[in-house]
Design a protein around this ligand. Sequence first.
Ligand code: SF4
Length: 290
Amino acid sequence: MLELPIVDKKTPRNRKPDWLRVKLPIGENYKKVRSLVDKYKLHTICQSGNCPNMGECWGAGTATFMILGNTCTRSCSFCAVKTGRPSEYDEDEPRRVAEATRLMGVKHAVITSVNRDELKDRGAEIWYQTVRAVKEQSPETTIETLIPDVRGNWEALERMISAGQEVVSHNMETVRSLYRKVRPQAKYDRSLEQIQRTKAYGKRTKSGIMVGLGEKDEEVFAIMDDLLAHGCDVLTIGQYLQPTKMHLEVASYVHPDKFAEYHEVGMAKGFDFVESGPLVRSSYHAERHL
Ligand code: SF4
């Protein structure tokens, strides 16, 4: 196999390389998405996660709604979503997400949520009602749910994924050796089990990882093997970007050629699809993986 450098050594860690330059958010579609988000008082991971693709995605008229509020019970060191004890339990949110999705007119809707570890059902009921409401209002729209770690509450998982969505995603985020540092309240094997159980319900399964956190090539290939062994169909791989100075530093900016290699290796190992590139996020071009 061709050996490619994982780090762009010419680029200092605090300066982003050219391939991470993105379009500024502008245009009519962008304004339409923004006004729907405001009008229906919704949250998006695009905004809460400081996603670099907002110009492209919102400019194409799509966004990823984040349900169950804007405060997460976890404190992952890579994530820009605010941590705390959430106060919101908004039973009207499913209706508003469904209306905004219908008005956006997307063929494929991606929905995610914060972690709600303090809720007995981990937020499964709101998840269920949201997917049902979107299906009722937009029966032609396919739905992808990027769900959180249910902490082994498999009843909650079943409720969350039994609402008729076409794809269920759960992000591993990083390789096994970096879990403590990157995702301290999660467990590598528990997340794999969640994917395996999702597959056992007959769902199309998807997961995503970030690179540039200090992982080695062999570890990226090992997580591919682990995911395949647990029934994962689709994998996304993207560059980690530090949302603020309080978050984990970027260990390396991975060269686009290395992302191409990850794509090739993943496809050869047996994924149905691997989307791999510096700006890839789990909801980026998600309709392509169906
Ligand atoms: S990649 Fe996902 S999170 Fe980022 S702007 Fe696009 S839809 Fe939003």
